[in-house]
Design a protein around this ligand. Structure first.
Ligand code: ADP
Ligand code: MG
Length: 731
């Protein structure tokens, strides 16, 4: 270790971590035994509840009833007994307020009995309803601060679970969070409503085709892959920008980063693999089914993908996954960065939102069969998605908008801000046939002969993938690839469910109108094709199979009339338009005021995040980087003076010093400019967003460029921030 290295201690400390983790033995736990052991799921309810109450729970999960208070009392007792056996001492109503994070307030499961002893208790009413003080959660004007009441309501469709640490275990009960008036203050309530809306409309289509026999409900399914970075904990704490903003505000690009593509799918470093094993074990305990792990594109970047589940549970699990990721990383001396762009110049992180629709009997409604051209029902669901995304792509864009995701979208590593659909060859061919009014063939991929006798023939898909599309059909589901890695997936899926429900409702309405009562199957297929033909003609402009990263696409999309909403400031207003208000109201997902409150919350969050970053930047620049630059300048000046006194010619060194001093001065004056830009004009939130985008962020970008230019000149021993090289390679 270099004794002059200012971060040497951090580096040394992290090697200690590495040696401990490398000494760890392979996992001895039996996954069979631990899987879902900390979840009060249907299996445990079946074992612990009287049969009729268990059946009532199942009915509630299938939207066929509600749980009575008497039943709740019995369920609460069973849940409490189970939790206490597993070491829990507290319980909490676990919810997802509009902060985008999860919230919990712990209450003891233990109460003094008044006779010198304690009793364990969880009443039915404590299970079903809670009343946290809601005043400090964002409500976007839905309620004033003095109106503190808010309620949490048990969501029996998502199983309770136990979160544990070294000396604590807490029973977490998933809940919805609403105001005293019943207005949604969280992400779960509208999601559940959107699932109901989708169910209602999707069932109409099944009825049309007579395939609803034995089906109780249709819901969406979701699997969301999560990308993240790991950085060494000691280095993290030496970077105030990482601590307060989750991303680096300064940092020159190192000579080697991801150019050689040598990290993607590379062998996983030992300490990281040890972390992943523990991380996954915790997720398994919590019944979160994760499947895939690998290195991502940037050095220090990784991905974990879960198995898909019904959307409500998948969203809860996604929140649990992010929490667990951060918690377990600490045990291995890492900090997990979920920010969309922790390092400039390197790939950022996203969340690929794989979405489909499925019956409760397990039929994936977006699964094309071998002879796809004969499956009118599949075509109907497909066309509903096409119509939905064409009409409301701006809402999808708004649903993924955030200050942090702005750094990533459209940066040639993630889809652009233009929302379009990739269908691939087979489905595009099918859509063209529908447009012509007759379907007669399904393109096939055939097989691939690899030319070596020992290798098997491979079955080829009928079309290649398209990694550049924001909304891509990937075999039997759509993948929205533009969601940010910090985001809760509940809101984007609320939007997708709602807009698809709306299109299903339109298509079902048209078919029902034209079909009348007693139509034959042949007549039905004819009518369906005609309706879908109309949909394709009107909405095919949303389909784009080419390179979404190209400049030509920007031009072509404009000609097609597809919006290109580059930043959050441009994206959020879509939520304010009357089209959006009518849509959410019609499907009972959000009332007018609930939607307005969200716009306000998203805008405020954007402004606050940008301002925190700008202030942090000013502080780092003024108290860390400028002093380092001045010190470097003085050292050089003294060296030159001394050298010249000794008779050494220093012409070129003087020139460099001049240039450096000029850079330092420009850096200093840009600090003042950024600080001045931080006085926000007194405007409504959406206009303030635009101001932030056009003034504050521009000033930040300029300050960063100057700071990074200083970094490559200043002696490394006095540069006060750990470098990108250290942050990205120490693992
Ligand atoms: P990639 O897109 O990186 O190639 P995979 O094909 O392995 O990844 O799958 C990505 C995700 O899609 C996984 O989380 C998987 O569970 C999910 N997925 C698969 N089928 C469905 C479905 N019917 N509905 C929702 N998600 C699904
Ligand atoms: Mg993917």
């Amino acid at each position: 270790m270099n004794p002059h290295d200012p971060h040497g201690e951090a580096v040394a400390a992290s090697f200690k971590w590495q040696s401990t983790s490398q000494g760890m033995s392979a996992k001895s736990s039996n996954i069979d035994e631990i899987y879902a052991c900390d979840v009060f799921d249907q299996r445990k309810m079946r074992e612990r509840l009287p049969k009729h109450i268990y059946n009532n729970v199942l009915n509630t999960i299938e939207s066929k009833g509600r749980i009575s208070m008497d039943d709740a009392e019995v369920i609460a007792t069973a849940m409490k007994d189970w939790a206490i056996e597993r070491g829990a001492t507290h319980y909490t109503h676990w919810f997802q307020p509009m902060t985008g994070l999860t919230a919990e307030k712990h209450d003891a499961l233990i109460t003094p009995d008044g006779q010198g002893s304690i009793v364990y208790r969880l009443s039915g009413s404590s299970l079903v309803q809670g009343e946290p003080d809601a005043s400090s959660f964002p409500s976007g004007g839905l309620r004033a601060t003095f109106e503190a009441r808010g309620y949490t309501a048990w969501d029996p469709t998502s199983p309770a679970f136990i979160v544990r640490g070294t000396n604590y275990a807490t029973l977490c009960i998933p809940t919805a969070f609403v105001s005293w008036n019943g207005e949604a203050l969280d992400k779960k309530t509208p999601l559940l409503r959107s699932i109901d809306a989708l169910n209602k409309q999707a069932m109409r289509i099944l009825k049309i085709f007579g395939t609803d026999d034995g089906v109780h409900s249709v819901g969406s399914t979701l699997g969301s892959e999560q990308e993240y970075f790991l950085v060494d904990r000691n280095l993290y704490f030496a970077r105030p920008d990482l601590v307060s903003c989750g991303r680096t505000l300064f940092g020159a690009t190192p000579p080697k980063h991801q150019q050689l593509d040598d990290h993607y799918f590379g062998s996983i470093p030992t300490r990281v693999n040890a972390f992943m094993a523990d991380f996954e074990e915790e997720l398994f305990r919590l019944g979160v089914p994760v499947q895939t792990r690998h290195n991502e594109v940037a050095p220090g970047q990784y991905e974990i993908a879960p198995l898909f589940e019904s959307t409500n549970i998948a969203c809860d699990h996604q929140a649990i996954l992010m929490d667990t990721l951060k918690r377990v990383a600490g045990r291995f001396g890492f900090v997990a960065l979920l920010h969309e762009k922790p390092f400039a110049g390197m790939n950022g992180s996203g969340k690929h939102n794989n979405w489909s629709m499925s019956t409760d009997t397990g039929v994936n409604l977006l699964d094309p069969q071998d002879e796809t051209h004969t499956t009118r029902q599949f075509m109907t669901y497909l066309c509903a998605v096409i119509r939905a995304v064409h009409l409301h792509g701006d809402l999808i864009r708004a649903a993924i908008a955030s200050a942090s995701n702005d750094h990533r979208l459209g940066a040639n590593e993630a889809p652009p801000a233009i929302i379009s659909i990739f269908l691939g060859d087979m489905l595009t061919d099918l859509i063209e046939q529908i447009e012509k009014g007759s379907t007669s063939r399904t393109l096939k991929g055939g097989s691939l002969d690899l030319g070596a006798r020992s290798l098997p023939d491979l079955q080829r898909d009928s079309g290649d993938r398209n990694r550049t599309s924001p909304f891509a059909f990937t075999g039997n589901k759509f993948e929205l690839r533009a969601v940010g890695s910090t985001a809760s997936v509940a809101w984007p899926n609320t939007v997708i469910n709602t807009i698809v429900a709306d299109s299903l409702s339109y298509i079902a309405g048209e078919i029902e109108k034209q079909l009348g009562d007693k139509a034959t199957d042949a007549k039905r297929d004819q009518v369906v094709l005609k309706v879908l033909q109309g949909v394709v003609k009107e909405h095919k402009a949303i389909i784009f199979n080419g390179d979404n990263y190209s400049d030509e696409w920007q031009e072509e999309a404009a000609q097609r009339g597809l919006p290109n909403l580059r930043s959050t400031a441009e994206a959020l207003p879509a939520l304010e338009r009357s089209v959006a208000k009518k849509l959410f109201k019609k499907h009972k997902v959000l009332s007018g005021s609930e939607l307005e409150s969200r716009v306000e919350i998203f805008a405020e969050k954007y402004i606050t995040e940008v301002c925190i970053e700008a202030e942090q930047m000013v502080s780092i620049a003024r108290t860390m980087l400028l002093p380092a630059a001045l010190k470097h300048q003085r050292n050089n000046a003294e060296t030159i003076n001394a050298s010249e006194q000794a008779g050494v010619e220093c012409g070129q060194l003087r020139e460099s010093l001049d240039a450096f001093a000029d850079l330092t001065m420009r850096f200093q004056s840009q600090i003042e400019k950024l600080e001045a830009a931080l006085t926000l004009p007194d405007q409504p939130p959406l206009e303030q967003c635009t101001y932030c985008r056009e003034s504050v962020i521009v000033a930040m970008d300029e300050l960063r460029a100057l700071g990074d230019a200083l970094e490559v000149h200043v002696e490394s021993a006095i540069w006060p921030l750990p470098s990108y090289q250290e942050l990205l390679t120490l693992r």
